[in-house]
Design a protein around this ligand. Sequence first.
Ligand SMILES: [Zn+2]
Length: 355
Amino acid sequence: MTVRINSSFPGGNIAVRSIDGKRIELSPDLRDTTTNWFYWYFEAEFGSPGEYEFHFDMPAIGTRGPAVSLDGGKTWHWGGGKVEEIEAFRYRHDGKAENVRFCTGIPYLQENWQRLHLPVTELCRSRQGRSVELFTHGSGPRKYLFSARHHCCEMAANYVLEGLIDTALNDPRQDFTLFCVPFVDKDGVENGDQGKNRAPHDHARDYGPASIYPEVRAIMELVMREQPEVILDLHCPWLRGGGTNETIYIVGVEPRDGQKRIDRFSAILEPESKTGNGIHYFQRDNIPFGSLWNTSANYTQGKTLGKWACGLPWRPLGASLEIPYANACDQSLTPELWRTFGRALWRAAHQYTAR
Ligand SMILES: [Zn+2]
């Protein structure tokens, strides 16, 4: 045996097509995803030292190569080693750690969230019976809702949320109520699904009267009851390819007043993101409604949380914010950089609601 591939752990995902010596042919396990998508997460148990090649049959490797963990998924670094021009990466096994985990990006699972020791209540039960966490802090009149993992593979969003929560907890102005749903598609996160373009539609196309997911119905009820002034849904863009896939940006909305609120918020967020050594966000990177993929054709199945929220009667700021998987332009991203951006995001949101 040269290598054994395993994905039987939370978030695990891989389809092994063949193993021929040190050459391994793999695919992301698409499950109920209706299009190709690129999330995968597996552990390799190496039998002998040497250089291994992992080949994929679809776009599946980001700009910084795979994320690599030598301690069972606790800590991660970008592995580099992407084989030029083809969809493959190399890994030199030097015999130090026999079991090495590899993932498209840096994973974030329920066990990461539990390390924060934050008190949670249950938003609802998932369709597979898991408890979907709702974190609530404070009871002040300014209300905010932040969510992540409507698309369960978009893990960078949770590191941003960690920084945001930490800053909100330590904010001297405790005049607010903060609601966070860290894992909207909780089953998908723990099962290691793609989540994006799930049949018949995914969680981020489920807002409106025809909703099919208990998590989405529970969020709509929470929003209608609490009427937050800021409703921001954290996502990740496509895997790579320059342009907006490798920058932070906000997805524009159709109503003009909704877009004006996004513009006002963006103008606050840009300078906030540039204080300290974080990831710089530029308002010019936002994708207005009607451009690139952000057109009506992208929402025929249903609405995102942001698009649904921006038209509600009290006119909240409602939008999706996209956080890249591996790099913002030349900057390689890490959990700490994502958290730093989350801190800026909190400061900007709090400033946005100031009277
Ligand atoms: Zn998304």
